[in-house]
Each structure stands twice: as structure tokens, then as C-alpha cells.
Design a protein around this ligand. Structure first.
Ligand SMILES: C[S@@+](CC[C@H](N)C(=O)[O-])C[C@H]1O[C@@H](n2cnc3c(N)ncnc32)[C@H](O)[C@@H]1O
Length: 226
């Protein structure tokens, strides 16, 4: 499996190319919490997949991430939009550089999982810290929406073993509601499918992509909201 920390430091552009092959999540977020006029925070914003759609209707949006390289792409994209209601900030999810009760909506896409993985011996404490920080920054009646993987290359939810305890904790311990959706990749051609899947998911999936001609690659995504 490729080293994702390294990717987020050195290969942000290529990560962005990969996720540009998935649909955007505007309507899904709107169904859970219409976001017009809200103060929003995007945790682990990366190259701005969520920030760049939310910025259009937000009162304000802050994109936080541990990786300056990833945020650089978000910044470049947002500068081109002409919107001025945003900022980017390097920050760890466990200690958010946010004021108390300053956000109406907090979103986190595929980012908390790096702390929630049971390969992290401190995953329970880390998840506790992240949730506590989100609740501290959230206003009364605020909403948290978390997106995480339920499997790439699968048509029905199949969460990775190392994330199962974190997902269970979101529902059982922290009382999040949950649903799952499909968020498939549609690559331009086979060569691109092979290259981008190898880059991020590694050779097992990429070999399967070639063998099964998966230019359209299924992916399942979990959504948790509170
Ligand atoms: C898979 S990317 C997701 C990016 C973006 N949210 C998206 O939907 O494409 C994961 C991001 O989480 C960030 N991240 C991982 N652990 C973090 C932490 N402890 N604090 C802040 N950001 C973190 C990484 O730097 C990376 O940009």
C-alpha cells in the first residue's frame, strides 16, 4: 500500500487528479444540512474537494489540513473563483485552531480515518480528541458530517477491518446517524485507471483494475452525521 502521508506531502496534484474522477457531494451535503449562509469548517480539507463546492454558498469557510502542500492546491483553486469568504490553515485535527462555538457546519472527508485506524495504538484517544474539538468549535444546532471509505472496487459496503471499530464508535459511542452511498470513479481510459489506482491504492487493486477492465471503478462511501 502506498504511503499516503508521503503522497499528501509530495503528490498533491496527482491525488487531486484521482478524486476529480468522482462526482461532487454538494447535493448529499445539502440533504443533510443546507449550507447557504453558514460558517463552515472543512477538516482535513486536502486539495479542496468539499471546500470548493461549499464556498459558493457559505458565509465563510476555513479549510484545515496537516499538509501545507495539499492546502496549496485548495488555495490556488479558491483564488481563481473570486470568492473572498475563505481561508486555509495548517492544523492537526486533534487540536483545531478554531474559536469556541464558531462554526455551524463541520465537514471531514476521508481524513479522520488516519487517526481512527486501529493500526494507530491511540485511535480511541485520538478520536475522542477530534470529536471533542469538533464539538467545542460547533455552535448550538451545528452539524458535523463525516465521509469515510466503505471500500474501493466493491459495489456494496465492505469497510476495511482496521476502520471497523472507529465506525462502530461513531454510531454507538458518539451517536452519529449513518448511511452509505456509491461514489464510483469514472476514468478517462484504462491507462489512467491503472496509473491512478496504482498510485493511491497500490498494486493489488490496480492489477485487478487491469484484469477486469475497470475504467468505471465502484466505490462505497459511508456518511456519518450529528
Ligand atoms: C484522503 S485525503 C482527503 C482530502 C479531502 N478531504 C478530500 O475529500 O479529498 C486526507 C487528508 O487528511 C489530512 N490529514 C490526515 N491526518 C490529519 C491530521 N491528523 N490532521 C490534519 N489533517 C490530516 C491529510 O493531510 C490529507 O490531506
Amino acid at each position: 500500500m502506498p504511503n499516503h502521508t508521503e503522497i499528501y506531502r509530495k503528490d498533491a496534484e496527482k491525488y487531486h487528479e484521482l478524486i476529480s474522477k468522482q462526482n461532487n457531494l454538494t447535493n448529499i451535503i445539502k440533504q443533510i444540512r443546507p449550507f447557504k449562509g453558514l460558517d463552515i469548517v472543512d477538516l482535513g480539507a486536502g486539495t479542496g474537494r468539499l471546500t470548493s463546492v461549499l464556498v459558493e454558498e457559505a458565509k465563510s469557510i476555513i479549510a484545515l489540513d496537516a499538509s501545507e502542500e495539499m492546502l496549496k492546491i485548495t488555495k490556488e483553486k479558491l483564488e481563481k473563483t473570486g470568492f473572498t469568504n475563505w481561508k486555509t490553515q495548517v492544523s492537526d485535527l486533534r487540536k483545531l485552531s478554531l474559536q469556541d462555538q464558531s462554526a455551524d457546519l463541520i465537514v471531514a472527508g476521508w481524513s479522520i480515518c488516519y487517526l481512527g485506524s486501529s493500526n494507530n495504538p491511540y485511535w480511541e484517544q485520538d478520536i475522542y480528541k477530534v470529536i471533542k474539538e469538533m464539538k467545542r468549535a460547533l455552535r448550538r444546532n451545528g452539524t458535523i458530517i463525516i465521509f469515510e471509505t466503505l471500500g474501493t472496487g466493491v459495489k456494496t459496503p465492505s469497510p476495511p477491518d482496521f476502520l471497523k471499530k472507529y465506525y462502530a464508535a461513531l454510531v454507538n459511542q458518539y451517536c452519529f446517524s449513518h448511511q452509505s452511498i456509491r461514489l464510483d470513479y469514472t476514468f478517462d481510459d484504462m491507462q489512467q485507471a491503472e496509473e491512478l489506482t496504482r498510485f493511491f491504492f497500490g498494486s493489488d487493486l490496480s492489477n485487478r483494475v487491469v484484469k477486469e477492465n475497470l475504467v468505471h471503478l465502484p466505490e462505497c462511501v459511508g456518511i456519518w452525521w450529528l
